[in-house]
Write a protein that binds this ligand. Structure first.
Ligand SMILES: [Zn+2]
Length: 363
């Protein structure tokens, strides 16, 4: 069994007019089932040409395609909306499908859009793609890249409130540290590798890795050749990155975010999700215990999702109790006003000497 935190399949099959069950890309449901997938993130990737104009409309088109596929494949997929859905999907032999957004330009600068996308079932969002948007700068902005904007801070806080997963893959380094400073909850880098092994701006520095480990977040190993190795990538490079992350104490936060259908080159002998078993076999050969293997393959990702969504449940529970008590107090105040207005207390006063009838005198 394995789970994965990032693919761009829905955007791809929308553009190519293909379907999720079987297609000629890196990933489809048929192969996910054959390989024993427990849970897959499906990202709505907002490509750069839509970032300036029409980002939200593009996002809605991809989400629409996601739901069309979800409906057609209801016997194979279960939508992940709350923490209990993760285990429900496994118990019912379905693949958990978590809807995410890749590129916060989809919000078009509005928190109301974030809340509405949450209602549409979106449970995770990478704050940026490579460029600048209303939330922050992406890593493509280079050394001059800034961090979160004021709106970006508001977005992170609102995502915390909603129990949405904040994803820092693609975000500038300054943006990363702004998130670390203002996010009250764990966050994830869904598809990023180690910069020490492959010096690409999309990869994470040792300090960033340490921060995610400290926060008990999640890091997904990306299978894009360019992020694995500065020369031709092989399966051994995937193992090299995993070993390195493990040496930095990432045993409880590491997993996969393969980036299938979002990349144009994969390691030698890997053509897509159909080759996942090759990677699992290689991992077994390294000599990790079954417990560690299960953490890497699925349980770290499941734990992170449940942990962040549980916060959402707690918030909802707290709000419900808070609203209940406020309603009760308002009700009692209303009742008091009603009774005071309709049934005033009658104070029987002693008539004053002025009110007393004058004594009748004899004429
Ligand atoms: Zn990406």
């Amino acid at each position: 069994m394995f789970s994965d935190a990032h693919c761009d399949t829905i955007s791809r099959i929308l553009d190519k007019d293909q379907n999720l069950w079987s297609n000629d890309g890196h990933l489809d449901l048929k192969r996910l089932k054959e390989q024993g997938c427990a849970l897959q993130f499906f990202a709505a990737w907002i490509e750069p040409q839509f970032e300036k104009y029409g980002a939200l409309a593009r996002c809605i088109d991809i989400i629409d395609k996601f739901y069309i596929e979800l409906e057609v494949n209801t016997e194979h997929l279960h939508l992940i909306e709350k923490s209990s859905d993760v285990d429900f999907a496994i118990e019912n032999n379905k693949i958990g499908a978590l809807l995410s957004i890749e590129g916060g330009s989809a919000l078009e600068g509005k928190l109301s859009t974030l809340r509405m996308l949450y209602k549409f079932g979106v449970r995770a969002m990478t704050l940026t793609w490579n460029g600048r948007n209303e939330i922050a700068d992406g890593i493509g902005e280079g050394d001059r890249a800034g961090g979160l904007s004021k709106f970006g801070f508001d977005v992170v806080r609102e995502m915390n409130n909603l129990g949405m997963i904040v994803d820092v893959s693609h975000l500038s380094e300054r943006g990363f540290w702004d998130v670390a400073q203002c996010s009250s909850h764990a966050f994830i880098a869904s598809h990023s590798n180690a910069k020490t092994l492959c010096n690409h701006p999309r990869n994470l520095t040792n300090e960033q890795i340490a921060e995610i480990v400290k926060r008990n977040g999640f890091i997904g190993i990306n299978l894009y050749s360019m992020f694995l190795s500065e020369s031709d990538a092989k399966i051994s490079d995937i193992m090299r990155h995993i070993d390195y992350f493990m040496s930095l104490g990432a045993e409880d936060v590491l997993g996969f975010g393969a980036d299938f259908d979002g990349v144009d080159s994969l390691p030698e002998n890997i053509c897509g999700i159909g080759d996942m078993q090759k990677i699992i076999n290689e991992l077994s050969k390294i000599g990790y215990s079954d417990i560690v293997l299960n953490k890497l393959l699925y349980s770290n990702l499941h734990r992170a999702i449940k942990q962040i969504m549980k916060i959402q449940k707690k918030n909802i529970a707290f709000c419900t109790v808070f609203i209940y008590y406020i309603s009760m107090i308002l009700f009692l105040v209303k009742m008091a006003i009603y009774f005071a207005a309709n049934f005033p207390l009658r104070v029987v006063a002693e008539p004053s000497s002025m009110d007393r009838p004058l004594p009748r005198t004899c004429a």
